[in-house]
Design a protein around this ligand. Structure first.
Ligand code: PCA
Length: 323
């Protein structure tokens, strides 16, 4: 009697376990607000995975740094606190400069170049992420980065002393070399940083300018198209291996689709969102030759510094890209 009851409850327990093993929920922190095209793409990715697995894997997106702050996301995935996450790839440049190649000024400024750079970066980065217990699912670029200010900018000297919003160490270096005064500010905090006077200029995409309603606090956009940085979506390798084979395949397939879709969304954003800036009264202009010459000189110096720091992995990456 005793034994039968014990066996009975063990059976119930096992049945319960197998149900919970079939349907998993993944919490996925992301840094940018819901209106951002990257976040919309991730929502579609999550929808595709849920559909392909018939609800077997539900990915719950926590946007705008609501679950983990942006600088903490990669660590949270690495430690297994969350199984997946999105972050700005070049934030990992402190771990290895190869992660920051897409934020080097004027190395890759068209989508064609950005695609070639990602192809060259991918192998190097896969190896580095693997050492951290991570696996890349996909990466999607932001539109080419432009210059937002409260006045016309015709030469690098016009940036001198400006309180400059930055988003990574590479941009901080760029701002310093341009004679500006850098301050790190995450995207959700941009409007407040401008309205309180903490910053008065920034380099970012037309997307982030529009999502932040840049016309509320600045007047000029100079289309310098300086670099095309990427966001990356990663998974914790142990968490991924715990999925059954069919679910793993569904995740990888949805990721490949999200990468292709994301690159298309990014291209469309570039022209579309510059129009929105104009419609809202921002003066959009092409950069002067003098400004570009000055910015390119800063970029050349930064590339030399990067080569010095990036060692063999960097050299491999650059050779592949430049072939
Ligand atoms: N938007 C993000 C990263 C690059 C971009 O276009 C930001 O401004 O932080």
């Amino acid at each position: 009697m005793q034994i039968t009851r014990m066996l009975g409850s063990a059976a119930v327990l096992i049945a319960g376990l197998s149900v919970s093993a079939q349907a998993a929920t993944w919490d996925m922190p992301t840094p940018y607000p819901d209106a951002t095209f990257h976040t919309k793409n991730i929502a579609e990715f999550a929808g595709d995975v849920a559909e392909a697995t018939a609800g077997g894997l539900e990915i719950k997106v926590h946007s705008a740094g609501s679950l983990f702050k942006h600088p903490e996301i990669s660590k949270a995935v690495r430690s297994g606190q969350v199984p997946a996450g999105e972050f700005f790839l070049s934030l990992l440049a402190n771990d290895n400069p190869a992660f920051g190649a897409d934020s080097l000024p004027f190395l890759a400024t068209s989508y064609e170049e950005a695609e070639r750079l990602w192809a060259a970066q991918r192998g190097v980065i896969d190896g580095l992420l693997d050492e951290q217990g991570l696996m890349a699912l996909y990466a999607v670029p932001w539109p080419p980065q432009g210059l937002y200010t409260t006045k016309e900018i015709n030469r690098v000297d016009d940036l001198a002393g400006l309180k400059f919003r930055t988003y990574n160490a590479t941009l901080e270096q760029f701002a310093n070399l341009a004679g500006a005064a850098p301050t790190q500010v995450e995207v959700p905090d941009i409007p407040q940083a401008f309205s309180t006077g903490r910053v008065e200029a920034m380099i970012t995409s037309p997307s982030t300018g529009v999502n932040s309603k840049a016309w509320d606090f600045l007047t000029h956009y100079t289309d310098i198209q300086a670099w095309i940085p990427k966001n990356i979506v990663v998974v914790n390798k142990r968490a991924f291996r715990r999925l059954d084979e069919a679910t793993q395949a569904a995740v990888l397939e949805a990721a490949a689709e999200a990468e292709a879709r994301g690159w298309e969304m990014s291209r469309a954003e570039t022209t579309g969102q510059i129009e929105v800036l104009k419609e809202n009264g921002i003066t959009v202009s092409e950069p002067s030759a003098e400004l570009m010459e000055g910015l390119r000189a800063i970029g050349a110096q930064m590339l030399e510094n990067w080569k010095g720091e990036a060692g063999e992995a960097g050299a491999t990456l650059l050779n592949t890209y430049q072939q």
